[in-house]
Write a protein that binds this ligand. Structure first.
Ligand code: SF4
Length: 344
């Protein structure tokens, strides 16, 4: 088994695996589990049946597939979705240490050590990035952080790697709702370099920290230009301004263990009422835009995943704000500086 860990806050045990291999199969076999539920992110759905068969054949333990893909370690299969499983195997995510678990869970992080650090450092230098750099990575590419830091150091870079709060399992780790690791070193760096693919994390990091965010795909060796933070923030500020006079608010609360901020929702409801607004709490597990159609609300505030409001707002019939944006709309927070909705 690789790197097995007991969480401090969870009464249920969790363990971490680098990838789907014999270490995982042996651990499943030795766990004493009677039935496994396997959950994969959307990008691995095509391979899910084959992965389930490999785990089943190699461990001898029956495996059910969770039909609902996971967005993160925040929305693991619920007891209702997998009532018979006493072990969950979750692919593609690191544990979130402060999210309570209802069954033993094996997190398979799908680490990829690919990418030549010396070559990648040259790409960074050729891209003219500032020399005081903060390094951030998706969990798949965390193994590259130390060797790339060393390679950049040889080229004269001062690299900083931050450690975040208890929602992040590792230094340098990025989570779409929490960039506290990066924020902890923001004052010491001129820019951030994100190791990974896609724009999800660069955009989130740009919202969270007022620094240019470059993205480097470690496998392709391609460097992306920085995100235009100003444009992102201005778009959100315009949405906030458009709902300043909204009277009827829906407060969205997810029942997923790692997305449930009920105390925040109740506090927002009180703030809304104190400002003469109506505010009703709406419960859901995964938010579907269709469920908001035809409701008598002028706007919503989401206390679930912050990326619902920031990335998916076009999917909803009325504006959806994050909690800090909601307080801006009520006039309780200024529009500047813009505050990212960090989920702690
Ligand atoms: S709350 Fe959103 S960003 Fe955070 S881990 Fe869950 S899906 Fe990812």
């Amino acid at each position: 088994m690789s790197d097995a860990t007991d969480s401090e806050q969870n009464t249920m045990r969790w363990s971490v695996f680098r990838t789907v291999d014999n270490d995982l199969f042996e651990a499943v076999r030795g766990s004493g589990a009677r039935r496994v539920v396997l959950q994969v992110p959307a990008g691995l759905v095509r391979n899910a049946h084959e992965l389930a068969a490999r785990i089943r054949d190699a461990s001898g333990v029956p495996v059910d597939l969770a039909a609902r893909p996971c967005f993160g370690a925040c929305d693991l299969p619920t007891d209702t979705e997998a009532p018979r499983a006493d072990l969950a195997v979750v692919l593609g995510h690191a544990p979130i240490p402060n999210v309570p678990l209802t069954r033993t869970t094996f997190f398979v992080e799908m680490r990829d050590a690919g990418g030549d650090p010396e070559q990648l450092a040259k790409v960074v230098a050729a891209g003219g990035l500032p020399h005081r750099l903060g390094l951030v990575a998706s969990v798949q590419h965390l193994d590259l952080v130390d060797p790339l830091s060393a390679a950049l150091g040889k080229l004269g870079y001062a690299v900083r790697v931050g450690r975040g709060d208890n929602r992040l399992a590792y230094p340098a780790q990025a989570l779409g709702c929490n960039y506290t690791g990066a924020e902890s070193v923001a004052k010491d760096v001129e820019a951030f370099l994100f190791l990974g693919t896609g724009r999800f994390h660069p955009i989130g990091l740009a919202f969270a920290a007022d620094r240019p965010v470059y993205a480097l795909d470690p496998l392709r060796g391609e460097l992306e230009p920085p995100i235009d933070r100003g444009a992102l923030v201005r778009k959100r500020q315009l949405i906030v301004a458009s709902v300043r006079d909204a009277r009827r608010w829906g407060i969205l609360v997810s029942t997923f263990a790692g997305q449930n901020r009920s105390p925040t929702a109740l506090a927002l409801q009180q703030r809304a009422n104190a400002r003469g607004r109506d505010a009703e709490i709406l419960l859901f597990d995964r938010l579907d835009g269709h469920d908001l159609v035809g409701r008598a609300f002028d706007a919503y505030v989401s206390t679930a995943c912050p990326r619902i409001a920031l990335d998916d707002s076009d999917n909803y019939p009325k504006p959806v704000l994050t909690p800090p944006e909601f307080l801006m709309a009520l006039g309780e927070l200024p529009l500047e500086p813009y505050r990212f909705d960090t989920y702690h």
